[in-house]
Design a protein around this ligand. Structure first.
Ligand code: APR
Length: 258
């Protein structure tokens, strides 16, 4: 079954000129990054969604930073997995190829992807509370919380928190790309956070093949052209015709000629 679906998905990709890869926490799960709605997604008794909320940041900037610096420390040693690498390697094979990610971990960049829209920001940056100026913050743990920018301006994490709008332009750009693509891969997302979750719908409504890679069924599943049940690190390299990490599942490269 999965073999048939993989073959079909590969045929769609072989015929595609424009590809959008829409990713969520699940693509980083095999790198050891916890997902948001998994059983371990709490910190100091708070659900991750509360620790990552604008409410907490406005109430207590230092505690909000403690949570983010804790996450940054977890991410410090994390490296891209086979799925991130396969996506990065596929980029030059298509006329147009864009990664639209909900992740803030920076692993698509580390894997070598060039064209990325980060809908929810990046955990390795801070942003001035007064000026909005962005600062790279690669050091972790941070020496002082909250970190400060020019003229001692306190910084906040440059990520979209629960209860906040997306950065101007990012979603619109992603939506336009989705509405022009031939194939949209939807990898490792529960598809419950909006407006990000509208991206696969923009692709589908414009006639693209929309292909999900996820070990579980999601809210998006009923709307997909194909749903490939499995781990991103296993499925994605095989989707792009790269070396399989699982022996015993032979694939023939399709050329788009049927
Ligand atoms: N490969 C593929 N998918 C996986 C894997 C894996 N190895 N492991 C888990 N998944 C799937 C889960 O089945 C789930 O559907 O990844 C999905 C992760 O879902 P969430 O934790 O809800 O993450 P995401 O969809 O990225 O959340 C969206 O919500 O919390 C906010 O802003 C945060 O960007 C995040 C957004």
């Amino acid at each position: 079954m999965i073999d048939d679906q993989l073959q079909q998905a590969r045929q769609y990709l072989a015929a595609a000129r424009r590809v959008v890869v829409f990713t969520g926490a699940g693509i980083s799960a095999e790198s050891g990054v916890p997902t948001f709605r998994g059983k371990d997604a709490t910190w100091k008794g708070m659900p991750a969604a509360v620790a990552s909320s604008i409410g907490l940041l406005e109430q207590d900037l230092t505690t909000a930073w403690e949570w983010f610096d804790y996450r940054r420390t977890l991410l410090k040693t994390v490296v891209p997995n086979a799925a991130h690498l396969a996506v990065a390697q596929a980029e030059t094979r298509f006329e147009d190829f864009l990664v639209v990610t909900q992740n803030v971990d920076g692993l698509h960049q580390k894997a070598g992807s060039q064209r990325i829209i980060e809908l929810h920001g990046n955990i390795w940056r801070g942003r001035g509370l007064r000026t909005g100026k962005r600062y790279p913050l690669p050091e972790t743990p941070l020496p002082t919380l909250p970190p400060r920018g020019d003229q001692d301006e306190p910084l906040r994490p440059d990520v979209v928190l629960f209860g906040e709008m997306l950065p101007a332009g990012a979603f619109e750009e992603a939506e336009i790309a989705a509405s022009r693509c031939d194939v949209c891969l939807v990898i490792g997302t529960s598809g419950v956070v909006y407006p990000a979750a509208l991206i696969p719908f923009a692709a589908r409504d414009a006639g693209a093949a929309v292909i999900e890679v996820n070990p579980e069924s999601t809210d998006l599943t009923p709307h997909m052209t194909l749903s490939l049940r499995g781990l991103a690190g296993d499925i994605v390299p095989r989707l792009f015709g790269q070396a399989s990490t699982s022996p015993g599942l032979p694939f023939t490269m399709h050329t788009g000629q049927g």
